[in-house]
Design a protein around this ligand. Structure first.
Ligand code: GLC
Length: 536
């Protein structure tokens, strides 16, 4: 396989950056981020060097799940701006040589979507079958034991038409019936609406949920359930998610994209590696990038991560392109999981592995989860299971731009409180500091994009022990790179078996190391990572 960057598509060469629009930049003082705000900050993204921007949902929505409950797939919520603002943003993103990816939420709509309003209006409404309606069991019982991800049963009783409907998430987010061809057509039309505008791809929400068992069989209990876990995890969702028929559907969505040039389909899929791989599709005709959440889900330990990286590389189907994620709007931030120093090593791992990296906004300045007092919690997942500390708000707080009021995010009252430390932890300050997280991210991105070996080269594991992960990246005809990462806080020693490797440290989490020649044994400080340009 050729490793030339020119042989690869933009999303293989590129770095994706996720924006949570509510929290990126407010432009009108209502305390909520918006599209004109994002427009104002495009220079930051260009300066950082990212290739593509993915926006979490910006469509009209009652905001029961902060935009993942969509009431109109072809509009823009007025708090975010207008369709005209969107067109301007798309144009400006493209003008800067970047790409724009939208969130597509095909599994469910808002209960306020006209489709659902019609569907629930009567049993013989033509859209009745667009959603998953079922009769009650004996004595009014729910049709089966399926649970909602956000707590409680997945079934909601509708008194008017005296049936239950299924909702994998909130009751305000009824699931569509993807076995109905009219639903498919309607959603494919939505995709074409945005693709025709020039959008470069979609991140498809909960792709593995889209089709459910036709017989509605009960899910079995999860033998590994522990009380601190979300109630949803009491059962193994083997009949309510990841059904064989979903793959045919993914293929059909992909065919819509393939009528355009080089558009990207990412799938949000939380599944073990081997189940995840099926989403690449037969002959690679499924999702281009089924999101790989290994780095989010595993304990931050060298042996576990090294095993997962190699398992993932080994399991990829022919031609399947890898991808890596450290954070998103549903998960605790990496800095809060592993600490500030280790978060630098995590950044180095994300940006030196083979495969497309996705950066979550704010991670580039090492933003931490912000403690949100109980009475300020907004996230329904947090509100519905108050004792389990499952609110996603802490990872969704406003971006910290500078030391001015509200970190330059808004002139009004921010919808979520900001980190108390923003005056010294922000983009403006970190830009000037060569030792900052922001400088590290920028240099890692630049190096990755300058060096074909790092952008698209092969991956070869070199070594791992209880502290270290080491691997080589190499594209034919270009400089090779050795990456050595200390995932522990204690010093570690790396002595390659073949001691013939020589090279110069090109980039380091402790920049003082840069320019040094590596010896037979490489000494690493705790939380240290290095990228070495090898001599041969
Ligand atoms: C996805 C989104 C999450 C949302 C859920 C329901 O997991 O990332 O934020 O709550 O889908 O749409």
């Amino acid at each position: 396989m050729a490793n030339n960057q020119n042989d690869h598509l933009w999303w293989q060469n590129g770095v994706i950056y996720q924006i949570y629009p509510r929290s990126f930049q407010d432009s009108n003082g209502d305390g909520i981020g918006d599209l004109p705000g994002i427009l104002r900050r495009l220079d930051h993204l260009q300066w950082l060097g990212v290739t593509a921007v993915w926006l979490s949902p910006i469509y009209p929505s009652p905001m029961a799940d902060f935009g993942y409950d969509i009431a109109d797939y072809q509009g823009i919520h007025s708090i975010f701006g207008s369709l005209q603002d969107f067109d301007t943003l798309l144009h400006e993103v493209h003008r800067r040589g970047m790409k724009l990816i939208l969130d597509l939420v095909p599994n469910h709509t808002s209960d306020q979507h006209p489709w659902f309003r019609e569907s629930r209006s009567s049993r013989d409404n033509p859209k009745r079958d667009w959603y998953l309606w079922h009769d009650a069991g004996p004595e009014g019982a729910v049709p089966n034991n399926w649970l909602s991800v956000f707590g409680g049963s997945g079934w909601e009783w509708d008194e008017t038409t005296r049936q239950y409907y299924y909702h994998a998430f909130l009751k305000e987010q009824p699931d569509l019936n993807w076995r109905n061809p009219e639903v498919r057509k309607a959603m494919f039309d939505v995709m074409r609406f945005w693709l025709d505008k020039g959008v470069d791809g979609f991140r498809v929400d909960v792709m593995w949920h889209m089709i459910k068992d036709e017989q509605l069989r009960d899910n079995p209990p999860n033998p590994n359930y522990l009380p601190h876990m979300a109630t949803y995890e009491q059962l193994l969702p083997v009949y309510s998610t990841d059904q064989p028929e979903v793959h045919e559907l993914v293929l059909a969505m992909r065919r819509v994209l393939d009528n355009y040039d080089e558009r990207l389909m990412i799938g949000e899929i939380y599944l073990p590696i081997h189940q995840l791989m099926a989403y690449y599709g037969i002959d690679g005709k499924g999702a281009h990038l089924p999101f790989n959440f290994q780095l989010l889900q595993l304990p931050w330990e060298a042996p576990q991560l090294a095993a997962a990286i190699d398992t993932y590389e080994g399991a990829l189907p022919p031609g399947g392109w890898p991808n890596w994620v450290l954070g998103n709007h549903d998960q605790p931030r990496i800095t809060s999981r592993v600490g500030r120093d280790q978060a630098r090593v995590a950044a180095m791992l994300l940006l030196t592995l083979r495969g497309t990296p996705t950066i979550y906004y704010g991670d580039e300045i090492g933003m931490r989860d912000v403690p949100i007092p109980f009475d300020e919690i907004q996230d329904p997942q947090g509100l519905n299971m108050p004792d389990k500390n499952l609110s996603r708000d802490p990872a969704r707080t406003p971006m910290q731009w500078d030391r001015s009021a509200n970190a330059g995010f808004t002139t009004g009252k921010p919808w979520l409180r900001l980190a108390g430390t923003y005056a010294r932890e922000n983009v403006e300050i970190q830009k000037e500091d060569p030792y900052s997280m922001l400088s590290l991210y920028r240099r890692l991105i630049q190096l990755r994009q300058q060096e074909p070996s790092l952008a698209v080269g092969e991956y070869a594991p070199v070594y791992t022990d209880t502290q270290l992960i080491a691997f080589i990246r190499q594209a034919e005809g270009y400089d090779r790179f050795l990456i050595v990462l200390n995932l522990s806080h204690r010093p570690a020693y790396f002595k390659p078996k073949e001691t013939t490797q020589t090279g110069i440290i090109e980039l380091a989490t402790y920049p003082e190391q840069e320019g040094k020649e590596i010896g037979e044994t490489i000494n690493l400080a705790g939380d240290e990572g290095i990228v070495v340009r090898l001599n041969s």
